[in-house]
Design a protein around this ligand. Structure first.
Ligand SMILES: [Ca+2]
Length: 468
């Protein structure tokens, strides 16, 4: 029986008559969402990483579902998190498509919708953001708590909860001591072909992986708390990162290095242990999933899709997902954005750069001090070494890949070129593929009310205030 839980009974009855008959927990399911900051695919043991030790992530995958083709909606903190919270594509969120912006309070976010349905909501550390939220009573990801333990300690027994565990790992800057103490062997890390393979870069990667492991350990503590409180069986646990790793040609880019993320979902009774899901998935699917789990329907504004069918193996194939980009850092004269839409299928990546005359990583001579020139690349050892050696053999190609201007269209065959190094957009034998993908992207943009579908060179996001 679901009676006695004020506010949630009606919602459950409305959304899932069949579910009430399911064998399993009768109480509404709790939601624990653990999100890292800049943790990219495939840096987890479950994906075969030789260097990263992620026992918590691997355990969630073993006990639930591992997603192998999950993508953020935008390779930048604020718009990615906004898409998670609202279940919508960033271009629908006005200023919220930019880094360090403001999310208008007119947009519904899933923690509020769950709270209205009777859930108790909380968050620790990095939630929505970076950005400002003057119209909201608290961070849109939920009211802040010092820790998950403190939140759980105050949890009434008959009330379901929704908690956002937001880490700042593995965002730069890195502590070299943590890297040294991690015991990760620099010889064991994988250096992708778009980076120079140097001891400096390998050390940088070790320092990043050490923070990945710290995040993993922190989520492990949260799982232990669930066990101690007897809540593990009735709690969905989702573990992921907001976008790809903070390296040149990765974060802030729509190649897989910037957009593909680890994702594991443990949901006892719903996702069979050891499930592997290769279906294309977007982090904006999480909001509809959480609402679905609570028996609530998906609001029409949400462009994401509930993952429940995928978790139970009944989802239809998904032809593509779209990731996008507006303004990341202040990296260009006039604070201009570098707008991109990218359509990703199982095999192809088609990219539309709306301003090919602009510099994708930022102007070469525009330096506001924080990130240096090419401000869309986070400052760090790899960037410093790349810039200092940009004219030398062994570095010049990586420098060009990260910073050089790009054509209006890019097309990559990921089956043979997983790192998107060879642009096929001008190859005559790929014209049919390019035309088909271009049309699919344009139709999707129209369908989701993307301002760039009608006015490809709108300056709306160039003019949005930057609060960093
Ligand atoms: Ca981030």
């Amino acid at each position: 029986m679901l009676t006695g839980i004020t506010g949630i009974t009606g919602a459950l009855a409305l959304g899932a008559p069949a579910r009430a008959a399911r064998k399993g927990p009768e109480r509404p399911v709790n939601i624990l969402f653990a999100i890292a900051d800049d943790w990219g695919y495939p840096d987890a043991g479950a994906y075969g990483s030789r260097a990263a030790r992620t026992p918590t992530f691997d355990r969630l995958a073993d006990e639930g579902a591992l997603f192998t083709r999950a993508f953020c909606a935008a390779p930048s903190c604020t718009p990615s998190r906004n898409a998670i919270l609202t279940g919508q594509a960033p271009h629908r969120l006005e200023a919220g498509a930019n880094l360090w912006s403001e999310l208008p309070a007119t947009f519904d976010v899933y923690p509020d919708l769950l709270q209205q349905a009777g859930y108790r909501v909380g968050r620790m550390r990095k939630g929505y953001g970076p950005g400002v939220f003057p119209q909201w009573p608290h961070n849109p990801a939920g009211p802040g708590f010092p820790s998950f333990g403190e939140f759980l300690g105050q949890q009434p027994e008959q009330t379901p909860f929704c908690f956002w565990l937001g880490s700042s790992d593995p965002h730069r800057p890195y502590d070299p001591e943590l890297g040294e103490q991690s015991g990760i062997d620099p010889a064991a890390v994988d250096v992708p072909p778009y980076l120079p393979d140097t001891p400096e870069v390998r050390t940088d990667i070790v320092n990043y992986l050490a923070e990945v492991q710290r995040f993993d350990s922190e989520v492990g503590d949260a799982l232990r708390l669930l066990d101690e409180h007897g809540l593990a069986e009735n709690t969905i646990v989702v573990m992921t990162g907001d976008h790809g790793w903070p390296w040149p040609r990765a974060k802030a880019n729509t190649y897989d290095a910037g957009t593909r993320v680890p994702l594991a979902v443990r949901w006892p009774g719903r996702a069979a242990p050891g499930t592997v899901i290769d279906r294309l998935t977007l982090l904006s699917d999480l909001a509809p999933t959480f609402l679905d789990a609570a028996g609530l329907s998906t609001p029409p504004a949400m462009t994401g899709q509930s993952l429940l069918p995928a978790l139970s193996g009944t989802a239809a194939p998904r032809g593509f997902v779209v990731v996008e980009r507006e303004r990341h850092a202040l990296a260009r004269e006039g604070n201009l954005a570098y707008p991109v839409r990218a359509l990703r299928t199982d095999r192809w990546l088609y990219i539309r750069n709306f301003f090919p005359e602009r510099w994708p990583a930022g102007d070469p001579d525009f330096d506001l001090g924080l990130q240096g020139v090419f401000g869309d690349i986070d400052a760090g050892r790899t960037k410093t070494q790349l810039l200092e050696n940009r004219h030398r053999p062994g570095f010049a190609k990586a420098f060009q890949l990260a910073t050089a201007k790009r054509p209006a269209e890019e097309l990559y065959d990921l089956a043979s070129d997983p790192h998107s190094l060879k642009n096929l957009a001008d190859e005559p034998r790929q014209t049919a593929v390019k035309t088909r993908l271009r049309k699919q992207l344009q139709n999707w943009m129209l369908r989701t009310d993307d301002p760039r579908a009608i006015d490809p060179r709108t300056d709306f996001w160039d003019k949005v205030e930057y609060y960093g």
